[in-house]
Design a protein around this ligand. Structure first.
Ligand code: TRP
Length: 336
C-alpha cells in the first residue's frame, strides 16, 4: 500500500452509507469520479457505518452490508494503493471530536437542517438524537482529516455549509485549527434519473426495481430494464428538456462510453428508441460485467478486506489523532 498520507497538496474525502447496492446513479454520479481523481489527492474514503445507525438495523445485516459496500467500492476501482478506504467506526477519534464539536454547534442550526426535518417527518417513531446530530458527525469526518475537497451530492450541500460554519467558528476562537473545506462539484458528475420516472433521481430505495440499475445486476436484467425504460413521445434521439427519458438514456450512454452527447446524438440519428435502448443496455452491461465479478471475488476474500481496511484505518487514525490532540490542547483539556 502506497504511503499516501499527506503526500499530495490537497485532501479529498467522502463517506458512503452502507445501504443496498451501488446503483448506476451512484456509480456515474459519485463513485466513478472518486476513482478517476483518487491519484490526484490524498484520497480518503470510508464506509459511514456510524451514520447509518440513525435507522434501526439488524446487527448481522449492517455488518454484511458494510462488508459488501467495501467490496463494491474496491470492485468499482477504489484502489488501496492510491486511497485510504476504511470503516468510519475504526477511527474512534472522530467520535471523540464529535462530543467536543457538539459544544460548538447550536441546537437551532441543527433543527433547521432540511434533511433532519425530512427524516423526522418520515420516521416519526424514531426521531433519535443521532438524527439531529448526524451533521456534526459528518463535520468531524471532514475536519479531523483536514480535508480540502468533499465531493457530495446536492442533498449533502447544507451539511457541508454547516461544517464550514463550525470550522470557522472554532478557528475564530482558537486560531487555525481546521482547514475550511470546499464543496466539490465534480467536473463530470452526472445526475442520473429513474428509468421509470425520468424526472426523479435514480434512488436505491426506489420500490420499483425496474427504475434502478445496480452494479451487480446481470446482463439479462440490465437489458430488460433498459428495454422497459420510460421514454418520451416522438422518436428523435436528442438531449432536450421536454424529453427527460431519452435525455437520461443519452447521459447514461455518454458517461459509460466516454462519448460526447453530440456524438451520441449523431451516432443514433434516425435509429429509433428501441434500438437505442438496447445499445444503452449493452454498453452498461459491458461496463458492469467485470465489476460484478470483482465484487464476488472480493466478498469471497474477507481476509484481504480486513487487511486493507485495517491498514487504511491505521493511517487515517494517525492524521485524526494529530487534529484531535490539537483541539484538546486548544480548548484546555489536561494533557500529560
Ligand atoms: N452523509 C453522507 C451521505 O449520506 C455520508 C457521509 C458521512 C459523508 N460522512 C461524510 C459524506 C463526510 C461526505 C463527507 O451520503
Amino acid at each position: 500500500m502506497a504511503d499516501i498520507i499527506e503526500q499530495k497538496p490537497k485532501t479529498m474525502l467522502t463517506g458512503f452509507q452502507p445501504t443496498g447496492v451501488i446503483t448506476l446513479g451512484n456509480y456515474l454520479g459519485a463513485v466513478q469520479n472518486c476513482v478517476k481523481y483518487q491519484k490526484d489527492y490524498n484520497s480518503i474514503f470510508f464506509i459511514a457505518d456510524l451514520h447509518s445507525l440513525t435507522v434501526r438495523r439488524e446487527a448481522a445485516e449492517l455488518r454484511q452490508a458494510s462488508m459488501s459496500f467495501y467490496a463494491q467500492l474496491l470492485a468499482c476501482g477504489i484502489n488501496p494503493a492510491d486511497a485510504l478506504l476504511f470503516f468510519q467506526s475504526h477511527v474512534p477519534e472522530v467520535s471523540e471530536l464529535q462530543w467536543i464539536l457538539n459544544c460548538y454547534a447550536y441546537v437551532g442550526e441543527m433543527t433547521r437542517m432540511t434533511q433532519f426535518k425530512d427524516k423526522s417527518a418520515k420516521h416519526q417513531d424514531n426521531i433519535n438524537m443521532g438524527l439531529l446530530d448526524y451533521p456534526v458527525l459528518m463535520a468531524c469526518d471532514i475536519l479531523i482529516y483536514q480535508s480540502d475537497l468533499v465531493p457530495v451530492g446536492v442533498d449533502q450541500k447544507q451539511h457541508l455549509e454547516l461544517t464550514r460554519n463550525i470550522a470557522e467558528r472554532f478557528n475564530n476562537l482558537y486560531g487555525d485549527v481546521f482547514k475550511v473545506p470546499e464543496p466539490y462539484i465534480a467536473p463530470a458528475g452526472a445526475k442520473i434519473f429513474s428509468l421509470q420516472e425520468p424526472t426523479a433521481k435514480m434512488s436505491k430505495s426506489d420500490p420499483d426495481e425496474n427504475a434502478t440499475i445496480s452494479i451487480i445486476d446481470d446482463e439479462p436484467t440490465i437489458l430488460r430494464k433498459f428495454k422497459r425504460a420510460v421514454t418520451d413521445s416522438g422518436n428523435e434521439i436528442v438531449m432536450r428538456e421536454d424529453k427527460p427519458g431519452i435525455s437520461n438514456l443519452i447521459t447514461i450512454y455518454s458517461c459509460v462510453t466516454g462519448k460526447s452527447v453530440a456524438d451520441v446524438e449523431k451516432e443514433f440519428a434516425g435509429s429509433g428508441y428501441g434500438n437505442f435502448k438496447i445499445a444503452v443496455g449493452e454498453a452498461v452491461a459491458a461496463k458492469f460485467a467485470p465489476i460484478r465479478s470483482e465484487v464476488a471475488k472480493y466478498l469471497a476474500d474477507k481476509a484481504y478486506i480486513q487487511q486493507v481496511a485495517k491498514e487504511s484505518a491505521d493511517k487515517a487514525r494517525y492524521i485524526a489523532m494529530k487534529t484531535l490532540r490539537k483541539v484538546q490542547k486548544k480548548i484546555g483539556l489536561v494533557q500529560f
